[in-house]
Design a binder for this molecule. Structure first.
Ligand SMILES: Nc1nc2c(c(=O)[nH]1)N[C@@H](CN(C=O)c1ccc(C(=O)N[C@@H](CCC(=O)O)C(=O)O)cc1)CN2
Length: 278
């Protein structure tokens, strides 16, 4: 029987745990504050930012919204980040990605003070992860590790194949799986015979940004399949990088889209905000 890994339910449990922690911090006089910056009106980003604000409200974290127009200059954005870096009442700073094309994303990310980098994207956070030091973890990969832990799915000694090498998912995911003693392979657009590699996986994590790309031909019988993708198909229905209907019967466990990895990203962001205030 295939286990459906329910990210919505797990993220609600994590948010409830965090709500209790935040209530205690409030009693001690700490009001955790997250600054959320969105540049432009990308509809998906507006949904994600809205969900982040709702999560903050539920947990008891104050969110400060900075909604900037699409034509905001890089300099203006950097100045705002600089001001928030200096503000002692702000614990975390989040710049919603993607940014408009005229803005250098990497520059903006490295301008955020490392101690306020609740997205875990700053080079210092990534560097700490790569050498096994404590620091902010990128939220999506950290959320996936939580799903494994809370569903008691072993990672140690398993063949883990990650499809996708982005800085925010693929690479940190590989480092986190390595930390859990999995044997890790990263695949990407230039990988030769992708299916031959993915079929070796006990754990297959897919973040390639191609709707329903991974069919059962890429998956070993009994594999755990984690889908990081999120798309709208031709019928405006949400779907992932994995062809869920096709893969479900042969997987031992699988994350749905929606309701899998996505909500965990937000729960782990909330966790990082609490960490930032401790
Ligand atoms: N600054 C950041 N930007 C981006 C991040 C990030 O972690 N930090 N990740 C993604 C987008 N993202 C968070 O920002 C995100 C994506 C999806 C979800 C989610 O809960 N998805 C739901 C479906 C929601 C819908 O109706 O569309 C699900 O999968 O069930 C949360 C967060 C890129 N940018």
């Amino acid at each position: 029987m295939t286990v459906i890994i329910d990210g919505k339910k797990t993220s609600s449990e994590i948010k409830d745990e965090l709500k209790e922690k935040v209530a205690k911090l409030n009693k001690q006089g700490t009001q955790i504050t997250l600054a959320v910056i969105q540049v432009g009106n990308d509809p998906a980003s507006t949904v994600y930012v809205g969900n982040k604000k709702k999560a903050c409200e539920y947990i008891g974290i104050k969110s400060l919204a900075h909604e900037l127009p699409e034509n905001t200059s890089q300099e203006e954005l950097l100045q705002l980040v600089g001001k928030l870096n200096q503000d002692p009442t702000v614990h975390g700073i989040l710049v919603q990605l993607p940014l408009p094309k005229h803005i250098d994303e990497d520059l903006v990310i490295r301008t955020i003070a490392a101690e306020k980098d609740v997205d875990g994207f700053h080079p210092e956070s990534v560097g700490k992860l790569s050498i096994g030091q404590k620091g902010f973890l990128s939220c999506t990969p950290a959320g996936i590790i939580q799903l494994f832990k809370r569903y008691d799915i072993p990672m140690e000694g398993k063949e883990c194949v990650i499809v996708g090498r982005s800085n925010i998912v693929g690479k940190p995911m590989a480092l986190l799986m390595l930390r859990e003693n999995a044997t890790v392979t990263i695949c990407h657009s230039r990988t030769k015979d992708l299916a031959e590699v993915t079929k070796r996986a006990d754990i297959l994590i897919v973040a390639i940004g191609k709707p329903r790309f991974i069919t059962k031909d890429f998956v070993k019988e009994g594999a755990v399949v984690i889908d990081v993708g999120i798309h709208r198909d031709e019928n405006n229905k949400l779907c992932g990088d994995v062809d869920y209907e096709d893969v479900f019967p042969i997987a031992s466990a699988i994350t749905p889209v929606p309701g899998g990895v996505g909500p965990m990203t937000i729960a782990m962001l909330m966790n990082n905000c609490v960490e930032a205030a401790l």
